[in-house]
Design a protein around this ligand. Structure first.
Ligand code: S3P
Length: 425
């Protein structure tokens, strides 16, 4: 795969729907009463794992291409699946569905692929067990068996900011006998809270950093339009900033403030970003244009991570093109994603001749020395975000490189290569 690009990337693209919001649209549509319609649903492997799980739990879901229609069964209408629920590669499916199944009066078994089976599940099974669910796992990993049933409310302080854990507890708390209070160390993405507010405003109350869930209210089906995924847009925003002679407009990007850390860092670095056509709705969106420019280095710590947690590989790439040394710390959570992303980036960037140091909780990248390919055989670690980051990096080297298991992009962005081809033509 030879990838050099002197011509730059140019054009306008519309990226696929947001992965986090697509998962939640299926979950909330399933447990509400009435019909839910979802436009711009992301048909990626992860979101299809969630969709299949709810079909297995007895929910009628009609995927007509331009729209997904769910006939909600309410919080008490799910049926026991006849076999194990296959979560594939999807941590979001596993953790959110675990929270929901913790309150269902039947046994469920959750399985996943090799990567997912290495990811930590105690972070959800601990609070759900405290609420009264009976959960067996293999030393805190999948396969996991959940015997759900009568749950008590909980007051829970999350040890780590995690939207998946927070959402699992919210979904369990909707089925508990009394209210629950959830406290996060710093705010993670709030798509669950926003969607629950639309489906059942009385069920949720925000008190500063605390979320209070009031069970006992029905959820009402909604018409949802999923905005474009800023974590997918980020590949083009970064490519546009670092590939010389580029100018890219990404349309309809979700700009929920709990997700826009990448924009903040790009602005700090001096990138040419223009945000237009802002739409203020439950999940706000806008068009974003970026043109290539010189970039300053940056430093970010733990407080910045939740709003850009999936963009850290791309931040490392930005840093590798900046005029100086950049530092990312407080990012140990990256070790528990689809791969150990700190290790993966450090190893693969070293192959590209980038000066990078792996810290226990982050990365230090020196953007000044020029790159030279020391080893052209790159590895994605079967991790979609590593695969796509390496692909963008490969646009900046003259030598041909290969990326092992590149097809992992199907997890979040199946049309990535088509969009890249469009921007190169
Ligand atoms: C997600 C939350 C994030 C993110 C993941 C999707 C979600 O994980 O990394 O890709 O949809 O809730 P955390 O649980 O670490 O916040």
């Amino acid at each position: 795969m030879a990838e050099t690009s002197t011509a730059g990337l140019t054009g306008t693209i519309t990226i696929p729907g947001d992965k986090s919001i697509s998962h939640r649209s299926i979950i909330f549509g399933a447990i509400s009463t009435g019909t839910t319609t979802v436009k711009n649903f992301l048909r990626s492997a992860d979101c299809l794992s969630t969709m299949q799980a709810f079909r297995d739990l007895g929910v009628n879901i009609d995927d007509q291409g331009d729209q997904v229609t769910l006939q909600g069964v309410g919080l008490t209408g799910l049926k026991q699946a006849s076999a194990a629920l296959d979560m594939g590669n999807s941590g979001t499916s596993t953790r959110l569905i675990s929270g929901l199944l913790a309150g269902q009066p039947f046994e469920s078994r959750l399985v996943g692929d090799a990567s997912l089976s290495k990811r930590p599940m105690r972070r959800v099974s601990d609070p759900l067990s405290q609420m009264g669910a009976k959960i067996d796992s293999v030393n805190g990993h999948l396969p996991m068996t959940i015997n759900g049933g009568s749950l008590a409310g909980i007051r829970y302080e999350l040890p780590v900011a995690s939207a998946q854990v927070k959402s699992a507890i919210i979904l369990a708390a909707l089925q508990a006998s009394g209210p629950s209070t959830i406290i996060e160390p710093s705010p993670s993405r709030d798509h669950t809270e926003r969607m629950l507010t639309a489906f059942s405003p009385k069920s949720i109350e925000k008190q500063g950093q605390q979320i209070v869930i009031h069970p006992g209210y029905d959820l009402q089906g909604q018409a949802i339009t999923v905005p474009g995924d800023i974590s997918s847009a980020a590949f083009w925003l970064v490519a546009g900033a670092i590939v010389p002679n580029s100018s890219i407009t990404v349309k309809n990007v979700g700009i929920n403030p709990t997700r826009t850390g990448i924009l903040t860092v790009l602005e700090q670095m001096g990138a040419n970003l223009t945000i237009t056509n802002r739409q203020d709705q439950a999940e706000p969106s806008a068009d974003i244009t970026v043109t290539s420019s010189d970039l300053r280095p940056f430093e970010i710590g733990a407080e910045a991570i939740p709003a850009l947690v999936d963009e850290v590989p791309l931040l490392a790439l930005l840093a590798a093109r900046a005029n100086g040394i950049s530092k990312i710390t407080g990012a140990e959570e990256l070790r528990f994603k689809e791969s150990d992303r700190l290790q993966a980036i450090s190893q693969e960037f070293t192959k590209l001749g980038i000066t990078i140091e792996e810290l226990p909780d982050g990365l230090v990248i020196d953007g000044r020395p020029s790159w030279h390919v020391a080893n052209p055989n790159l590895d994605s670690y079967q991790d979609h975000r590593i695969a796509m980051t390496l692909k963008i990096a490969s646009l900046l080297v003259d030598e041909p490189v290969t990326i092992k298991d590149f097809d992992s992009v199907r997890i979040s962005y199946p049309t990535f290569l088509t969009d890249l081809a469009q921007l190169r033509s």
